[in-house]
Design a protein around this ligand. Structure first.
Ligand code: 2HA
Ligand code: ZN
Length: 273
């Protein structure tokens, strides 16, 4: 029995995540996208020789110069990725100035990386610095209850984070630095990318107002798990509100006790509110 290669394993993880984004109800039509900054050992066995021209990014991400990324393709439906991974996924290489990219694997049928290329790459650049190189995954999903909160409440990062911490015991443990709130901007825009990166330089998860979540981490499971945990807290809030209103929630003292028990340090500015 031949062992699975790191590249094959990565493809399995990404196709599983794409399937789960669909099953969760977080990826209607072509919603959602995934990118992974590749380790050397995760490169495809058949190499990355390419005929593709270099394409201008329209921005620079110097922290990512020369790096390779696996991306979901623009327009792809997450529910279909597992059927044809080489069509709906692909690898891009950034040039040494991190100003241009070219396709070096996949995207068969002429696909291109996601329309959210700028927010993804600028998020990767922020997380490379914030995590000292550990974080490699950026995942975007239309998690509906988190999105609904941005319609029903006046939020900022502190209010959103506090609400999630209060409504689910897991939250402060999984997200001690909080969940960033990013005011609405046009999807895929540099404005959205820069505002997101500002939040992601301090915390691994952010919510785009009226749009969705963007989770990051060293691996697929971590990025997916952050979105899942925040969405679960938002669901609990929604269910409790529908069951007659929020009468009880975790207090600051309980949140602090959780943090001590699980050896995490909640953002003091947010816990203090
Ligand atoms: O990729 O979700 O935000 C489709 C989207 C754009
Ligand atoms: Zn989206």
């Amino acid at each position: 029995m031949s062992a699975i290669t790191p590249f094959e394993e990565l493809l399995q993880q990404v196709t599983r995540a794409a399937h789960d984004l669909w099953i969760k109800g977080w990826a209607e039509r072509n919603a959602g996208n995934i990118s992974v900054r590749l380790k050397q050992e995760q490169m495809p066995e058949n190499g990355t020789a390419t005929q593709d021209d270099w394409h201008e990014l329209g921005f620079e991400a110097p922290a990512l110069a020369g790096e390779f990324f696996l991306f979901s393709s623009t327009g792809c439906h997450m529910r279909n990725v597992e059927l044809l991974p080489e069509r709906y996924l692909g690898i891009i290489e950034l040039d040494e100035q991190a100003r241009r990219f070219r396709r070096v694997w996949g995207f068969s049928g002429g696909g291109r990386p996601t329309s959210e290329l700028a927010p993804h790459l600028i998020a990767h650049a922020a997380r490379v610095v914030a995590s000292a190189g550990a974080d490699r995954v950026v995942m975007h999903a239309h998690a509906p209850v988190l999105i609904a909160l941005t319609y029903s409440m006046d939020l900022d990062t502190a209010r959103l984070t506090h609400l999630l911490w209060e409504m689910h015991t897991e939250c402060v443990v999984v997200l001690p630095t909080g969940c960033g709130f990013v005011p609405w901007s046009v999807p895929g825009s540099i404005d959205l990318a820069r505002a997101t990166a500002e939040e992601l330089s301090k915390r691994p998860l952010a919510i785009w107002q009226f749009h969705g979540a963007i989770g990051t981490g060293p691996d697929i499971d971590t990025a997916f798990g952050l979105i899942d945990t925040a969405e679960k807290a938002a669901q609990i809030y929604k269910h409790a509100a529908a069951c007659g209103g929020i009468r009880n929630k975790l207090s600051n003292a309980q949140i602090a006790a959780l943090a001590r028990a699980f050896s995490v340090t909640p953002d003091p500015e947010i816990l203090g509110e």
